[in-house]
Design a protein around this ligand. Structure first.
Ligand SMILES: [Zn+2]
Length: 297
């Protein structure tokens, strides 16, 4: 047995134990995707991103895949929902907290298309991700601004990065807007500062009911101009518990003065949003199975 297959075998055994444990004790109540609803899951993996989208016709997209240590959690979450295939895998940018588990995802699931940046960013996670793609015979599509694709009845459009090169990798984040009938979502990756300013200055239709705030709510992630253009009802921030740095106080303040209902994965657990095409609904704390809701007061 090669080292690679031994590793995969051990991971699969641990996953089966994990799933059996969570099912037996019933502590994890996963939201089932109702047939007429589109569902977006913002996984609670601390200061890291992994967002699962399920369309009513059973297709799935996964935006990012957390740190390496989140692998079992993410795979268990997907398997518990009965997911075997990820139709679209998006890597917003190759920082560890966005692609750490992506090699395991590629090895464990059938993948349709892979969208990622054209970058040789040198890190173990990125090398492992590219090796996994090679082993499975998948290739990367590098989207251009304005490129779009359909997932069931949901339409995705890439709106950033606006330039091919930036000093900071966060600025290169693939930012996507998803529209499902009249409801819409904006996934900002780790976009901040100059990248966000360029998005604001563009002619893009940015209006969205839900915005996944860029770079875990950093200082430059959510200027007033962005909120004015997006006009979100809800903001989701992927953050860890008790972090003194993120989300930044300026981000919290800007969202608060515009009355945006803001939820942190740190306090809510995995946040599940459903859309019937006309209205969106925030499911209260489904993963932790408690009644708490972490709206910033
Ligand atoms: Zn990040």
């Amino acid at each position: 047995m090669t080292t690679l297959f031994r590793k995969k075998y051990i991971i699969m055994c641990l996953l089966l134990l994990f799933i059996a444990f969570t099912n037996y004790y019933g502590h994890i109540v996963l939201a089932k995707n109702e047939k007429s609803n589109l569902t977006v899951h913002f996984l609670d993996i601390g200061q890291a991103d992994s967002i699962l989208i399920q369309t009513p016709n059973g297709q799935t997209a996964l935006i990012d895949s957390g740190n390496e240590s989140d692998s079992m959690y993410i795979q268990g979450y997907l398997l518990n929902l009965g997911i075997k295939k990820i139709d679209v895998l998006i890597q917003t940018h190759p920082h560890e907290d966005h692609i750490g588990s992506m090699d395991d995802i590629v090895y464990s699931f059938e993948i349709g298309r892979v969208y990622a940046l054209d970058t040789d960013y040198d890190s173990r996670a990125n090398t492992n991700f590219k090796e996994a793609l090679k082993q499975k015979g998948y290739t990367i599509s590098c989207p251009k601004i304005g490129d779009s694709f359909k997932l069931g009845d949901a339409c995705f459009q890439f709106i950033s990065p606006k330039k091919s090169k930036y000093k900071k990798l966060n600025h290169c984040s693939l930012v996507t807007k998803m529209k499902y009938n009249v409801t819409s979502f904006l996934f900002m990756g780790d976009a901040e500062e100059i990248a966000v300013d360029e998005i604001i200055d563009s002619d893009d239709d940015l209006q969205a009911d839900v915005i996944k705030i860029g770079h875990h709510g950093s200082f430059g992630s959510t200027p007033v101009g962005l909120i004015q253009k997006v006009q979100p009802e809800y903001a989701v921030i992927t953050a860890r518990k008790n972090s003194k740095l993120l989300p930044h106080i300026r981000t919290n303040f800007n969202l608060k003065i515009f009355g945006v209902k803001t939820l942190l994965t740190a306090g809510s657990g995995t946040i599940v949003v459903t859309s019937n095409g006309q209205k969106i609904h925030m499911t209260r704390n489904p993963y932790k199975n408690t009644d708490s809701e972490s709206l910033i007061k």
